[in-house]
Design a protein around this ligand. Structure first.
Ligand SMILES: Cc1cc2nc3c(=O)[nH]c(=O)nc-3n(C[C@H](O)[C@H](O)[C@H](O)COP(=O)(O)OP(=O)(O)OC[C@H]3O[C@@H](n4cnc5c(N)ncnc54)[C@H](O)[C@@H]3O)c2cc1C
Ligand code: FES
Length: 499
């Protein structure tokens, strides 16, 4: 029987410890030791890089959070528990039995009772997936129906990264496949919802579906500015798997790419396309990319890292149209010479897909203002989550377009639909692959000061965005454990920390 035998004093506290290349991490809290699987179920990365604090284990990569004693997943982005192995502590020695353990496999769901309720979810993306899974895990026995046009939920964050580079196909991105959905009795309905009425949704084909509770999570739609030439062949946007496949196919025959927009998707896309050997020019209005979100110093560094990889920037540039007859041949600009391009990726933001949905109280940007439980005021049993929700956060109300936030909303909405309010607020977090892996915690619309620990220009750094003496947000490249620790401290504090 394979075993690990180790002295208790050899296991450090406060950090997950992997003995040699054993497939476990040991977590010591005083005299108590837990042995858990060593790889994070989100993307299979090593949990030994993570942080332990107050009974929580946080993965350093995308901040999945687990109960350090049981291995149960408490926070996304993944949705699976860690296998836990049997441990004996006696006379100062720790023995782990690698054969036994609790794999926490979610049993197939055969609905037993005749709960007559029907919970409907609009969309089959990040929020929807986590909501449906959570409903079943919490023992909901009624019908769960997910309505969407894109098939089973998949990880769209990979579209601008591994898929565009060519190292993954869209088929590798499935989160909960058809079989897993069937096992859990989650019904996927192919279609779109056109409007919401009291107790029912109206589908685009005119059919109606009644609901007892409704989660609306249709995500975002890429903006397509009203420009001459916008419909030319060779002009792409990137939101869905189908758009990614079309872009990859177009990239195979292309030489010069113009990327319009210097936001996260534009910059990730620029690097991925440059990696494929294309000549990439990023065209943007701002002088410094991401300065509004990350500050000028980091923005300049991100641009420098892109330039090292061959990406060219055209800043302060206003696009006046796309040139070409039938096919795009370039981008026309005011105040600059046109940019030659046989492929254009438009990455000028998204708007909430709720914009076309009738029956919802929409904000000017198309989002929906919701309460702490994501409920829509005035609409009984209706919740909005993910990219469309203007939700309260400990950093102020915000509509945040990030994966982990959407996954958190899925859990929060499921609990609210079941009448169990989540008291603790969510702390927003996102990551982005801009050459280096950048990770961002909290939410700072503005700041008085940015305090740097380490120089972004030199190597690993952690930046704290301080407003009125409080750390509203933090960003790192390379100091991942420090950021995870800060995250756990923000969870304990319920929001911003003193600077
Ligand atoms: C290319 C790309 C890369 C990204 N990378 C990152 C990253 O690195 N880190 C990060 O934090 N975030 C990233 N994001 C953002 C992240 O993916 C989103 O914040 C997240 O997917 C939002 O989840 P959601 O559930 O709100 O919407 P989505 O995941 O977009 O799902 C919405 C679903 O609803 C469907 N739908 C739309 N309208 C209707 C309707 N009327 N009826 C029924 N269904 C409808 C859509 O087809 C879609 O399937 C990225 C996004 C993209 C596009
Ligand atoms: S690999 Fe652990 S959260 Fe992504």
């Amino acid at each position: 029987m394979p075993q690990i035998d180790i002295a208790l004093t050899d296991i450090p506290e406060g950090t997950p410890y992997q003995p040699g290349d054993a497939p476990v991490i040991l977590i010591r809290q005083g005299e108590e030791v837990t042995a858990l699987a060593h790889l994070c179920p989100h993307l299979g990365l090593p949990l030994k890089k993570g942080v332990v604090r107050d009974g929580r284990l946080m993965c350093a990569f995308h901040h999945a959070c687990f109960d350090a004693r049981t291995g149960r997943q408490a926070q996304p982005p993944g949705h699976a528990d860690l296998r836990r192995y049997d441990v004996t502590v006696a006379e100062g020695r720790v023995t782990v039995d690698l054969d036994d353990g609790d794999p926490h496999v979610t049993p197939a769901h055969a609905r037993q009772s005749a709960d007559p309720r029907r919970f409907v979810i609009v969309g089959s993306g990040a929020t929807a997936d986590n909501c449906a899974l959570t409903l079943r895990e919490e023992g909901f026995e009624g019908a769960v129906e997910m309505i969407g046009p894109d098939g089973p939920p998949y990880d769209r964050t990979m579209l601008s990264k591994a898929v565009l580079v060519g190292s993954k196909s869209v088929d590798d991105l499935t989160l909960t496949g058809r079989e897993a959905m069937a096992d859990r009795d989650i019904v996927l309905i192919d279609g779109t919802v056109a409007s919401v009425e009291a107790g029912q949704v109206v589908m685009s084909d005119g059919t109606r579906r009644a609901f007892d509770a409704l989660l609306i999570a249709p995500g975002g739609v890429p903006n397509r500015p009203d420009l001459p030439g916008i419909d030319l062949e060779g002009v792409h946007t990137l939101r869905s798997a189908a758009e990614a496949e079309a872009l990859v196919a177009a990239a195979r025959g292309a030489r010069k790419v113009a990327l319009i927009g210097g936001g996260f998707i534009g910059l990730e896309g620029a690097l991925s396309l440059a990696k494929r050997g294309l000549e990439v020019t990023v065209v943007m209005r701002e002088e410094v990319a991401l300065a509004r979100i990350l500050g000028e110093r980091v923005g300049r560094q991100v641009m420098a890292e892109h330039e090292e990889k061959g990406v060219r920037f055209l800043t302060g540039a206003k696009v006046t149209g796309l040139a070409g007859e039938g096919r795009v041949t370039g981008v026309d600009l005011s105040g600059h010479a046109p940019v030659e391009a046989d492929l254009v990726l438009l990455a000028v933001g998204v708007h909430p897909a709720t914009k076309g949905l009738e029956g919802l109280p929409l904000e000017d940007d198309g989002g929906v203002r919701v309460g702490p439980d994501l409920s829509v005021p005035g609409l009984d049993g209706v919740f909005v989550g993910g990219d469309c929700a203007h939700a309260p956060t400990p950093f102020g109300a915000a509509r945040i377009e990030h994966w982990r936030v959407a996954r958190q909303h899925g859990i929060r909405a499921a609990h609210a639909m079941l009448g169990q309010a989540d008291a603790a607020p969510d702390i927003p977090f996102f990551w982005t692959a801009l050459g280096r892996q950048y990770r961002y915690l909290g939410h700072a619309k503005e700041w008085d000061d940015i305090l740097f620990d380490g120089d972004p220009e030199e190597g690993p750094f952690l930046a704290r965005y301080v407003k009125d003496g409080r750390v509203m947000a933090a960003l790192t490249a390379g100091k991942d454990a420090e950021l995870a620790d800060l995250h756990l401290r923000m969870i304990e504090a319920g929001g911003p920390l003193p600077a």
